[in-house]
Ligand binder design. Sequence first.
Ligand code: ASP
Length: 283
Amino acid sequence: QIKEADRPAYVNGLIAARDLGFERLEQGANAIEASLAAVVQMENNPRAFNAGTGASPNRDGIVECDAAVMAGHDGSAGAVAAVTAAQNPVLLAEKVRRESPHVLLVGAGADALATDKIDNRKLLTERSRQALKRWREKKQGPVGSATVGAVALDANGNLAAATSTGGVLGKWPGRVGDSPLLGAGTYANRQIAVSCTGKGEAFIRAVSAKDLACRLRAGESLVEAAKAVLEQIIAFDGSGGLIAITAQGQVCVGFNTPNMAYAWKSAGHEAAAIGLEPEIICF
Ligand code: ASP
């Protein structure tokens, strides 16, 4: 649930990220560069989102971030999990994609590659401190919120997906969610790019992002495919949402959480909103 008072910050943050990514595309950037620019913008936003600065801390009050990036045209990908010292975890994921012989690095090994090292306490904002305090008082289970993701289609028809998150508030130290797991929370191929948010455990078990891609390949419409993927999340005792874009430029936003903030832009159309009822929108 995005609190009423927080909604303007979320929508404005999304518009800023979307416009930056789109501007990069107009300047000739590829889909990877555009999706990274949008995600970095959201990671750096201290007033909104559960990623980078302001990411949800674990139960010990430490911010452990997960992020991934994947290029659809060649399937190249990089991801990091449980990183504590990177200002922009998604750029660390990009470093893994571009510079390492690996796909996923975790913890200290990933942090060691960060060139944007930051004291973990600087990632904790007053908002996230308060959220952790309330969470401790209520003694509830880990709570998800406001993971950030971007999907992009560039002028050459290439797709990319990027996702970044602090995971779920109050998680056990070392817990890894769906976002850095390719096929679960992040996925791109030549047909579609997908980024998910919600209860990571359900998205991992359902291998949701890849399931969406497979359903599309099998001939389902984007709406049908998104509906089936989100139903599976409910079957696995979760809720959440996804954003996707196809090689034809079809955009999909779907969620079965109480609300989800989203924004998109194409040459002829743009939108930015906080959906207040579960829905699937394909445009
Ligand atoms: N999917 C994220 C995770 O489980 C959390 C979220 O999107 O709210 O790590």
